[in-house]
Design a protein around this ligand. Structure first.
Ligand code: PLP
Length: 397
């Protein structure tokens, strides 16, 4: 007899993983599916990082590492925060985890409990909502629009702040919209936080290096609120290291200690070889990975142009990450005579089953009128995928 915990009933299946599963099922039937549903770079990890891993193995760095990460790595991350982001987190304020997903889970479990409110602008990375629900917190979602590049304004944020608000969570560059908050926009958010000293913010900067507008800006650079900002980052996206599993936070000391305490009872320290490889990654001059950023920028432009040729699809210009998040609600209520499209889930399913392209419904990210298209794929694949999407949508009237 199944007898699952109440915790499990609070969780939803990840929509991105569900799309991957459906694509796999079609592929197993011999159908050529182009997958634009995944959140991972299609590059290999740079050689200089793999060299550091090889050396770590040769040096037998294979024992349990400290729970919060090797000191040498935490020092390297502390220097990186100073060098790239103008933030002062001492090595004691850094916690290294098995992926940024774990970093965020630690943080939520450390800060959020029964009935605490967490403000999350939509579109959001799906995991934020699920982890807040896991901790019995209450996600308070603020919708944004494509006209505003999917960014929340400081005054919209302030309106939602109540006595029970504990945390604001967002990513910049954003998954799924690709939006990047400017220094002025972050300064306005910092001003709001200054007026509400009980509120903390988690700024997820894992796409920091995939930024097409120039300098990345961090919320924690504003000294008036820096002691209430948790900066999340990691090597998965910027260094093409999704399978290595390493993320980290810089946080106020009490939060860093709490996260390490939680992690110490769940996974202990992150993989020792990965930690040594990450020292090479974060110590490197950021220009060493610009070739990936530049390739993503070209693909963004290609997909922008091809999307603009599809009737009824509204786009904006994403400034970072590797996603387009077009508005596709013109197709709701349309049909090909057999299948009726009611919402973004139906449309993503239709594009997969009829056009053999995997995307993800915007509703999964809290934006029901949109579709997430990852352009972490080759130009040939992207061109073919956009043509398939165009032809598939043309069947609907
Ligand atoms: N944050 C955002 C916004 C992401 O898109 C992802 C991965 O998709 C992560 C965090 C987690 O990254 P990882 O656990 O691979 O470090």
């Amino acid at each position: 007899m199944e007898n699952a915990s109440p915790f499990l009933s609070r969780l939803s299946e990840s929509a991105t993983l569900a799309m991957s599963r459906k694509s796999r099922e079609l592929r197993e039937k011999g159908i050529d599916v182009i997958s634009l549903s995944l959140g991972e770079p299609d590059f290999n990890t740079p050689e200089f990082i793999k060299d550091a891993a090889r050396k770590a193995l040769e040096d037998n760095i294979t024992k349990y590492p400290p729970v919060n990460g090797f000191k040498e790595l935490r020092e390297a991350i502390s220097n990186k925060f100073k060098r790239d982001n103008g933030i002062n987190y001492s090595p004691d304020q850094i916690v290294v985890s098995t992926g940024a997903k774990q970093s965020i889970a630690n943080l939520i479990l450390a800060m959020i409990g029964n009935g605490d409110e967490v403000i999350i602008p939509a579109p959001y990375w799906v995991t934020y909502i699920e982890q807040v629900k896991m901790a019995e917190g209450i996600p308070v979602v603020i919708s944004t629009s494509i006209e505003n590049d999917f960014k929340v304004t400081a005054s919209e944020l302030e309106e939602k702040i109540k006595g029970k608000t504990k945390l604001i969570m967002f990513s910049s560059p954003c998954n799924p919209s690709g939006s990047v908050y400017s220094k002025n926009e972050l300064a306005a958010i910092a001003e709001v936080m200054e007026r509400h000293p009980h509120v903390y913010a988690m700024c997820d900067e894992i796409y920091e290096h995939i930024n097409f507008v120039g300098g990345h800006e961090s919320l924690a650079q504003f000294e008036n609120i820096a002691d209430r900002v948790i900066t999340v980052n990691g090597v998965s996206k910027g260094f093409a290291m999704t399978g290595w599993r390493l993320g980290y936070i810089g946080a106020p000391l009490w939060i860093a200690k709490a996260c390490a305490k939680i992690q110490g009872q769940v996974t202990s320290g992150a993989n020792s070889i990965t930690q040594m490889a990450t020292i090479a990654a974060v110590n490197a001059d950021p220009s060493r990975t610009h070739y990936m950023r530049d390739a993503f920028k070209e693909r963004r432009e290609l997909v922008s142009r091809l999307l603009s040729e599809i009737p009824g699809v509204k786009t904006n210009e994403p400034e970072g990450a590797f996603y387009h998040f077009p508005e596709i609600s013109d197709y709701f209520g349309k049909s090909d005579g057999k299948t009726e499209i009611k919402d973004s889930f139906d449309l993503a399913e239709y594009i997969l089953s009829e056009g053999h392209v995997a995307t993800v419904a915007g509703a999964a990210f809290g934006s029901p009128n949109n579709l997430r298209i990852s352009y972490a794929a080759s130009e040939e694949e992207l061109t073919e995928a956009m043509s398939r999407i165009k032809n598939t949508l043309a069947k609907l009237s």
